[in-house]
Design a protein around this ligand. Structure first.
Ligand code: SF4
Length: 406
């Protein structure tokens, strides 16, 4: 065979191979878009190889079938970070301070209640409580704070803490995980936030958070909580050095639990922010990778109802685009946030802008509650809310805080 004949043959073989891959990807996309279950290796193939537009279109098909009303939601909430004292020292975290550090603080009960009151005043319906693993705070501290919030503001939903906090409180208070969950619930906790999942696959998790509970334990605690009737969300922090296969493994671990419990209401991926922490580096999840993850997750999670797009970490343009890649929710207008913003998330938004973003994507915006029930459907722009005090980050660690010494 001559050289030119050999290269023509090689090109022919390559073209046939590519056509084969492409046919397989097309078939997979059609199967997933029809609601068929895809396996982890198939999800990996779609995540890494599917053409971007086709991937988004398949995810959007699934989203449209689930939500034919064309509504995309948001929530108004406040994330009160009650203490920055933490003994776990995750390498990606820019928020925590070790015990006795001069910049360590813990909010007083009154300060937490004041912040809840401000959230109510601005139309917030949900409070998240997230903080460090402070060895000084036992179960009684959490019970007291949860009960005080519920007592003064019964209209607020406490979507707070999470599996990571349960593991920590169990240790500091000498309780088992079920006992911690039951006591938090009895004190007023309504549902668990999905934070602390970071990445659940063991290799990258150990690399970025060696002192945190394992991914298996995070999932086991969520499974116990779901079994006790608590609902939660699940998150994913992308971009700390994990491989594509480990990203998909994160999804698989969550889907397996969801098959048994049905307790995750939503999946919330976001991108690692690289400032002011020990991991540093550049954000390793690009915006395109983020969109591909949103779409792949919508196709993979045939058992999780809601898919959130994060504008806080990826920007408002990507948040809006995520609504075309399978997301049905843009998360929260967070009146306060300190953890991700400490690591460099700079994006801010106001109520009118968030509604406009959703409408600009061709969706009907709606304010939702923690259970994703629609509170206000903004179907007529003439009736849009005009309170410009409702915007993200009215408070952060960049501002003075009223805090007791830690
Ligand atoms: S992410 Fe949470 S557990 Fe980890 S160091 Fe920061 S505050 Fe502590």
């Amino acid at each position: 065979m001559t050289d030119s004949a050999a290269s023509a043959r090689a090109a022919h073989i390559l073209a046939r191979k590519l056509a084969g891959v492409s046919r397989a990807i097309d078939q997979l996309l059609a199967h997933a878009a029809d609601g068929g279950r895809i396996e982890p290796d198939e999800a990996l193939a779609l995540y890494t190889e599917a053409p971007l537009h086709a991937l988004g279109e398949a995810a959007d098909t699934v989203r449209r079938r689930r939500y034919p009303d064309n509504i995309a939601t948001y929530i108004i909430e406040r994330n009160i970070n009650y203490t920055n004292v933490c003994v776990t020292g995750c390498r990606f975290c820019a928020f925590y301070r070790p015990p006795k550090h001069p910049e360590a603080w813990t909010h007083t009960d009154e300060e937490i209640l004041r912040r809840c009151g401000e959230a109510v005043e601005l139309g917030g319906t949900q409070i998240m409580l997230q903080g460090g693993h402070n060895p000084e705070l036992g179960i009684e501290w959490y019970e007291r704070v949860l009960a005080a919030i519920k007592d003064r503001y019964p209209q607020l939903t406490l979507h707070a803490l999470g599996a990571s906090e349960v593991v920590h409180i169990a240790k500091t208070s000498g309780l088992d995980h079920a006992a911690v969950i039951n006591r938090l619930r009895a004190a007023g906790l309504d549902s668990f936030a999905g934070a602390g999942a970071e990445i659940l696959a063991s290799r990258p998790r150990a690399a970025i958070a060696p002192l945190k509970e394992s991914g298996e334990l995070w999932l086991a605690v969520m499974e116990i909580a779901h079994g006790l009737g608590m609902r939660s969300t699940a998150t994913f922090m992308m971009g700390t050095g994990e491989t594509n296969a480990e990203r998909i493994e994160h999804l698989r671990l969550i889907r397996d639990v969801q098959d048994r419990t049905g307790g995750f209401r939503a999946f919330i991926p976001w991108t690692y922010q690289p400032e002011n922490n020990r991991l540093r580096g550049h954000t390793q999840a690009t915006k395109l990778e983020y969109l591909r993850m949103v779409a792949t997750a919508r196709l993979f999670f045939d058992n999780i109802a809601h898919q959130q797009g994060s504008w806080l970490t990826t920007g408002k343009d990507i948040g809006q685009l995520s609504l075309h890649f399978g997301a049905d929710d843009l998360g929260s207008l967070m009146l306060e946030e300190n953890v991700v913003s400490s690591a460099g998330a700079r994006h801010r938004s106001g109520l009118a802008e968030l509604i406009a973003l959703i409408r600009g994507a061709g969706r009907v915006p709606a304010q939702r509650d923690t259970r994703y029930r629609h509170l206000v459907v903004h179907d007529d722009p003439a009736n849009d809310p005009t309170d410009d005090r409702v915007h993200s980050h009215i408070s952060s660690t960049a501002l003075a805080v009223t805090a007791a010494p830690a």
